[in-house]
Design a protein around this ligand. Structure first.
Ligand code: ZN
Ligand code: ZN
Length: 218
């Protein structure tokens, strides 16, 4: 449908041409996440710059893949079980900060050293040591569950609907999503393939739209 101007896909690459907005880990304020490259070097890295307290940090575009490995004390075989980040990550509330008159809890992320997993050979459950390998981030993997994968910072526009994270990469993306979902409600056609599955489900759209509009008002 060429007449629908809001139909252009909006992805992380387009957002990175400007900046992805994340929450500053120091003050809870608005920070710009950008893709950078040093003069004469081929490797890209990510950097966040807080617009409010001027905190800044640089990191290479690599993230960790977790797994638990152990020798099973049931069957004696070596096993390796892949672990999703959500299972490994442990949130620790470190402090509360005031941001624009609102109290925000800043969480610090830590990782479990061991986790209870089932041996894939015999099913016996035991503690496995959590290990990881580092992988370079490839296209579209910069965001997971509303957090950036380089620093693990929550997106600035992040809320929840039905326990699902609802997020936008920046203000332009937020405006885009609101326009997109509004048009879907109006015209009754299926949303684009780039939206998460739960956002595509017709029954959720009204609720998600309200969450997005609330974020836009701040
Ligand atoms: Zn800050
Ligand atoms: Zn076993």
């Amino acid at each position: 449908m060429a007449t629908r101007t809001h139909d252009k896909p909006y992805d992380v690459y387009r957002a990175l041409q400007d900046a992805i907005l994340v929450r500053c880990p120091k003050c809870g304020g608005e920070a710009r996440l950008t893709l950078q490259k040093k003069e004469g070097q081929s490797e890209y890295f990510m950097r966040y710059d807080c617009m409010e307290c001027f905190a800044r940090e640089e990191k290479s575009r690599h993230y960790k893949n977790y797994h638990a490995a152990n020798t099973c004390d049931g069957c004696g075989r070596y096993y390796r079980v892949d672990l999703p980040v959500a299972r490994v990550r442990r949130k620790i509330i470190s402090r509360a900060v005031f941001h624009r008159g609102k109290l925000e809890l800043m969480t610090e992320k830590a990782h479990y050293k061991t986790l209870r997993v089932a041996c894939p050979h015999c099913g016996k459950k035991m503690n496995g040591e959590v290990r990881w390998t580092e992988t370079a981030i490839i296209a579209g993997e910069e965001i997971q569950d509303g957090h950036d994968t380089v620093f693990g910072l929550p997106l600035y526009f992040l809320s929840h609907f039905d326990s699902h994270p609802v997020w936008a990469l920046n203000r332009e993306h937020l405006t885009f999503l609101i326009g997109y979902i509004s048009a879907d409600l109006r015209e009754g056609c299926g949303a684009g393939a780039f939206l998460p599955k739960f956002m595509k489900m017709a029954k959720n759209r009204n609720g998600i739209l309200k969450v997005l509009q609330k974020m836009q008002k701040g």
